[in-house]
Design a binder for this molecule. Sequence first.
Ligand code: GSH
Length: 231
Amino acid sequence: MCRAVILPDDFQMRYAALTPWLLVVLNPIFYSFRRCPYAMRARLALRVSNVAYEHREVALKAKPIEMLAASPKGTVPVFCLPTGEVLEQSLDIMRWALKQNDVEAWLPRSPDAWAFTNEGIALNDGEFKAHLDRYKYPQRFGLTDGWQHRAQGAEILMRWQAHLQMQPFLSGHHWGLLDACVAPFVRQFARTDRAWFDSQPWPQLVLWLAAFENSEAFIAVMHKHSLWTPP
Ligand SMILES: N[C@@H](CCC(=O)N[C@@H](CS)C(=O)NCC(=O)O)C(=O)O
């Protein structure tokens, strides 16, 4: 359970219009893990939206029963709204947050921009994430090394490099949803062997990643929280 307030089952449907008012009096609860790239991108969107919420830092090896009761699938991030609605996907949390407040115009503004963003996120979360995991942890996948997957992940990064040669951000002229979704994963890829990453023929990608890692937003969302313990 997210909280002790008991709301009727059909509350969301009947009183959806009350959500902004409920948010004023009750903070949503956010279960997070600092190093998780999915949680990172959700934190980036929550921060820019300026929505108030209660941060609950969890250990993946000892997830609190409160989180598992709200979201039995057991992955972070999880976002529990005061209406009783539970968002269990980082992308849903990001879209929800930006729908509340998108002051920096992270959301795409045209159907074409949406299509490009959605395709890019699917590529990142699907193919790229699979290569990243196998490059970083080959033994977990019964591989002797991850070089093949590093090369395949690099092909995708070269596509980002091609975009960044034409525009400063993946989302266009300013940082947006696609950048925030992809950057935490590119960061993991880069950190596996930084010297190798920095010496590849993708100078714009290196600069884009460095700007992200040094940004106020990234530093803020990487704040170290103590583990949450139930009161
Ligand atoms: N599709 C999910 C993926 C979330 C995910 O896989 N999170 C990882 C941590 S980075 C997790 O919680 N894994 C469960 C575990 O390690 O026990 C999302 O976008 O939120």
